[in-house]
Write a protein that binds this ligand. Structure first.
Ligand SMILES: [Zn+2]
Length: 224
C-alpha cells in the first residue's frame, strides 16, 4: 500500500485495475477492487498497515467491469462492507444481466463477474460521508452507469476508466471495451470543468499536482 497524500492510498502489486483506500475518522473506504485475485492482496496489505478488515465500511465501484470488481467477493466477505454503485451497474454486479458491450466490441466472457449484492445505489447529486464529503459525478460512456468521485476541498478527482493514464499520458479508454465513446468524451469534457488538482485513474499512475493543466492539454489533443 502506498500513500498518495494523507488519507489517500493505493494498493500495490495488483495486475490490472487500480484500487484506492480513503481513510477518515469514520473508517475506511475502498474504491474498486481490481482483477480476480486482487481481493486477497488488498486484505493482506490492509492487515500489514494495521487495519482490521472490518474497519472497511464501504466499497465504492466506479463501474462493473471484470478488472474493477474481480476482487470484490473475497473483499466483501472479509470486511462485511457496504457495496455502492450506480443504479445502472447494480444488475450487472448482481449477475442479473451481462456486462454491457458494444455490438462490434469486446465481449467479456460470460459469466465474467462474480455476483455480489449491492447495498446502496448512488448517482450525481449524492455526497457520500467519505473524506469530509465525496461527491458523486455521473460519467457514462465507458460503461452506462460509470461514476466518478470528487472531493472539492482537496480538488481530488477519482475518474475510474473515463480517462486512462498509460505511459504517463492521458488517453481515452480502450475503444473495444467502451460502450459509447462519444458519450465518454462528453464525460471527459464534464470532468474538465471541475479543474482538479489531483487525479486518480483506474489504469495508470496518479497525477498529484496541477492535474487540470494536464487534463486541459489532453482535451485539446482530442479536439474537444
Ligand atoms: Zn472499465
Amino acid at each position: 500500500m502506498q500513500q498518495i497524500v494523507p488519507n489517500v492510498y493505493t494498493f500495490t502489486g495488483l495486475i490490472m485495475g487500480r484500487v484506492y483506500l480513503l481513510q477518515d475518522d469514520e473508517g475506511l473506504t475502498i474504491v474498486d477492487s481490481g482483477m480476480s485475485g486482487a481481493g486477497e492482496k488488498i486484505l493482506a496489505q490492509l492487515q500489514a498497515a494495521g487495519h482490521q478488515p472490518t474497519n472497511v465500511k464501504r466499497i465504492l465501484l466506479t463501474h462493473v467491469h471484470p478488472d474493477h470488481v474481480g476482487g470484490l467477493k473475497p473483499l466483501h466477505e472479509a470486511t462485511g462492507a457496504e457495496v455502492w454503485c450506480h443504479p445502472k451497474e447494480k444488475p450487472v454486479m448482481e449477475g442479473d444481466i451481462p456486462v454491457p458491450g458494444k455490438p462490434d466490441g469486446l465481449r467479456f466472457p460470460t459469466p465474467s463477474v462474480v455476483p455480489v449484492p449491492v447495498s446502496h445505489t448512488t448517482a450525481e447529486g449524492d455526497t457520500l460521508p467519505v473524506l469530509g464529503g465525496l461527491q458523486v459525478i455521473d460519467t457514462p460512456g465507458h460503461a452506462p452507469g460509470h461514476i466518478s468521485f470528487w472531493q472539492p476541498e482537496q480538488r481530488l478527482l477519482i475518474v475510474g476508466d473515463v480517462i486512462f493514464n498509460v505511459f504517463n499520458r492521458m488517453t481515452l479508454p480502450l475503444p473495444m471495451a467502451t460502450v459509447d465513446m462519444e458519450e465518454n468524451k462528453r464525460s471527459v469534457k464534464k470532468l474538465q470543468g471541475l479543474q482538479p488538482q489531483m487525479m486518480l485513474f483506474g489504469h495508470g499512475p496518479v497525477v498529484v499536482g496541477q492535474a487540470s493543466a494536464r487534463l486541459d492539454a489532453f482535451i485539446q489533443r482530442l479536439g474537444l
